[in-house]
Design a binder for this molecule. Structure first.
Ligand code: GDP
Length: 195
């Protein structure tokens, strides 16, 4: 897709009502610092529209980006930042569940994990919430430039096994440096609005 317009249309905090959008949604979830803002900016060809993690875990909002007046990118709050309180963790969980449960136009979820690390409890939780609401998330393994090419298959296998992904689930290595994976991610997004 050629990006013509991007507009951060709605920002939902813990008490805000989620929008009832009339265009389809593609959501992005992942741990703080996994590279979610960088990926979203990279897909939108914007340098810094999506927030970056200067204050990891602090911004507990769900952000809706209107892309070309055709679909929405939904940036879900990052999780797993060590220094936040239990109360914040609970708020995060509630907000994610409220969104996953409530959206009638969500069609695809990308779950981001760092290609270098074994997914943790929070990642598993997120994956389970997605499947609970009937979604099979596509996994994006970020920061692929940080490992040797020879390690890639092993890391992807570990991610699949740890998350116990549904058979056939794609795990797409992505790098914001080399743009590896960008085309493949767009192919899945294109399929959403092309139907
Ligand atoms: P977020 O908290 O998930 O939104 O993470 P950010 O997008 O802010 O990224 C966290 C840090 O990882 C930043 O310093 C980014 O520059 C860096 N980063 C993100 N993606 C990549 C990548 O593909 N490769 C490398 N080498 N660094 C990345």
């Amino acid at each position: 897709m050629k990006i013509k317009s991007v507009n951060l249309e709605t920002v939902c905090g813990i008490t805000s009502k989620m929008p009832e959008n009339d265009k389809l949604e593609v959501a992005f979830a992942g741990r703080s610092n996994v590279g979610k803002s960088t990926l979203i900016n990279g897909l939108m060809n914007r340098k810094s529209l999506a927030r970056t993690s200067s204050q990891p875990g602090k911004t507990q909002t769900v952000n809706f980006y209107n892309i070309n007046d055709l679909l929405y990118f939904v940036d879900l709050p990052g999780y797993g930042y060590a220094k936040v309180s239990q109360q914040t963790v609970e708020k995060w969980g509630k907000m994610i569940n409220r969104y996953l449960d409530g959206s009638k136009v969500l069609r695809l979820i990308f779950l981001l994990v760092d290609i270098r690390h074994k997914p943790n409890q929070n990642d598993l939780q997120m994956y389970e919430w997605c499947t609970h609401y009937g979604f099979n998330p596509i996994i994006i393994a970020t920061k692929a430039d940080k490992i040797k090419r020879s390690q890639k298959a092993k890391q992807i296998k570990q991610i699949k096994e740890t998350l116990q992904v549904v058979e056939g689930t794609p795990v797409i290595p992505y790098s914001s440096m080399t743009k590896e994976g960008r085309e493949e991610i767009w192919e899945y997004i294109d399929m959403v609005y092309e139907g």
